[in-house]
Design a protein around this ligand. Structure first.
Ligand code: CA
Length: 229
């Protein structure tokens, strides 16, 4: 989405330069930052539409940037750049307010697709209903239609699907899903969410055993990917 301003915080000079050149070539307005201190200052003062954020950074790390940005009430999407095999770090970042992550080394095409999906989403207005594939979720009436026929949802399935829609294209840690959908008051286990996801998949997926919309992210949680809006 050309014209959008993205902040790239990455301390590896070659990667920072490569990303900057690639996004500038696509018409983005790029703010590069090679350390956490500069990154945080840009995040708070230059109003970027999206942040690409490395975690391990000199001076101020990516977690501290996430936390500081969210504490100021800024809601731009934050996409973490992470190393392979850092599930704990990814979950921590998501808990501190990052929206998603991409594992290094990544393909540039995949990264720009994610960036564009986030920018499209933050532009689109909240709607009373949300369409994906052959489904339409009516958020006011709490109803799901598939091929225009109503599909019965339990209260939990509706709440889960509405949460997925509100956080679409984001990596969601299991515990965050539990907190958002089940709340802290009830005793639930990760099995409860897996069961609810399974019954929901049976109702919305073309092939529930090979899901297209509700993706499982191993060791982390789920990502709802409704496709192009
Ligand atoms: Ca780094």
């Amino acid at each position: 989405m050309s014209g959008a301003r993205i902040l790239i915080v990455e301390d590896e000079p070659a990667l920072l330069r490569g990303l900057k050149d690639a996004f500038v070539a696509k018409g983005f307005d790029v703010l590069p930052a090679q350390d956490g201190e500069t990154g945080l200052a840009y995040a708070l003062s230059r109003n970027p539409h999206l942040i690409l954020l490395d975690i391990m950074l000199p001076r101020v790390n990516g977690y501290e940037i996430c936390r500081a940005v969210r504490e100021r009430g800024l809601e731009m999407p934050i996409l973490m750049l992470t190393a392979k095999g850092q599930e704990e770090d990814i979950i921590l970042g998501l808990n501190l307010g990052a929206d998603d992550y991409i594992v290094k080394p990544f393909r540039l095409g995949e990264l720009t697709a994610r960036v564009n999906a986030f920018l499209r989403r933050s532009k689109s207005k909240p709607a009373g209903s949300f369409r994906f594939g052959d489904c339409e979720l009516d958020l006011d009436a709490h109803k799901l239609y598939r091929d225009a026929a109503e599909v019965e949802l339990t209260a939990k399935e509706f709440k889960l699907l509405a949460y997925f829609v509100s956080r679409r294209d984001c990596a969601l840690a299991r515990n965050d899903v539990l907190d958002a959908v089940w709340g802290n008051s009830v005793i639930v286990t990760p099995r409860s969410i897996d069961r609810c996801v399974a019954t929901l998949r049976a109702k919305i997926e073309p092939d529930p055993r090979n899901p297209r919309y509700i993706q499982t992210i191993r060791d982390i949680g789920y990502r709802f990917e409704p496709g192009v809006e």
